[in-house]
Design a protein around this ligand. Structure first.
Ligand SMILES: [Zn+2]
Ligand SMILES: [Zn+2]
Length: 263
């Protein structure tokens, strides 16, 4: 599997991805924003875009659909529940579906509500597993729930699906918020030394050169995956004494999401 990350260079800091078969050059584009930019990236790599996949219905993840389809005649894939809002969807996806790219790439569809009700992540199995996670999991953070989402559902997605993935899984999110999110982790867990080092490293890089993290790293520096950490809980209790001494993971997650909304 070949992965080409495209930095959209916009204020929302979107990442788009080309996922291609190394044997045939056939490609799928994830969440195209600027069609011309995605098409140029495919041409530069010699890829032939055959499919478009939207992780969810927000415009910053779908605006490039029409331009890519007009130029390539690609099929559009999206969560069956979000297809109506997106429009022009050829294949509605559900949990467990498999999306094939060329001869060698198979992507498993995960149904991952929370950021919106109808959100899919793609999981590539293989020697090095990879997760294309849209606005669900970010580097060192989690998606917001402002536009059709639900923090309780996002928690369920994290705990029931994402944390169970192998530590080696590479994480390809829909936005570049690494430094900002690490600052939030350190606000919640100032003693996290790996997060201090990761923040320094992130600040030294341009967004288009941001490191690709793994689930193992995320578990060490992402506050939303550190729900039983004693410092995280102690700091949370300073703000929300009502959570008690041993808050459950769901409560910690939802309160962290609430804090991050205003942070
Ligand atoms: Zn979104
Ligand atoms: Zn987004």
């Amino acid at each position: 599997m070949l992965v080409e990350r495209i930095w959209a260079a916009n204020s929302l800091r979107n990442f788009n991805y080309l996922i291609a078969c190394a044997e045939t050059g056939e490609a799928l584009v994830v969440d195209p924003l600027n069609a011309a930019q995605c098409l140029a990236a495919a041409t530069a790599k010699g890829f032939d875009i055959r499919q478009v996949l939207n992780t969810h219905e927000h415009r910053d993840h779908t605006d490039g659909n029409a331009g890519v389809v007009a130029a390539t005649d690609a099929r559009v894939l999206a969560h069956a529940g979000g297809a109506g809002a997106i429009g022009g969807v050829d294949r509605g996806l559900a949990r467990g579906d498999v999306v094939k790219v060329g001869r060698t790439v198979e992507l498993e569809v995960l149904d991952t509500p929370g950021h919106t009700r109808s959100h899919v992540c793609l999981l590539a199995h293989g020697d090095v597993p990879a997760l294309f996670c849209g606005d669900t999991l970010f580097n060192a953070g989690a998606g917001n729930c402002h536009n059709g989402g639900d923090p309780g559902l996002l928690y369920e997605t994290f705990v029931n699906q994402l944390v169970k993935l192998p530590d080696a899984t590479r994480v390809y999110p829909g936005h570049e918020y690494m430094a900002r999110n690490l600052e939030f982790t350190l606000d919640r867990e100032p003693g996290n030394r790996e997060a201090v080092a990761a923040l320094e490293a992130a600040k030294a890089r341009k967004p288009e050169e941001a490191r690709v993290t793994t689930m193992g790293e995320e578990k060490r520096v992402n506050a939303f995956l550190r729900l039983q950490n004693t410092e995280v809980i102690a700091r949370l209790r300073e703000r929300f004494p009502e959570v008690g001494e041993k808050p459950d993971a769901r409560t910690v997650f939802v309160k962290l999401r609430e804090l991050r909304n205003r942070w």
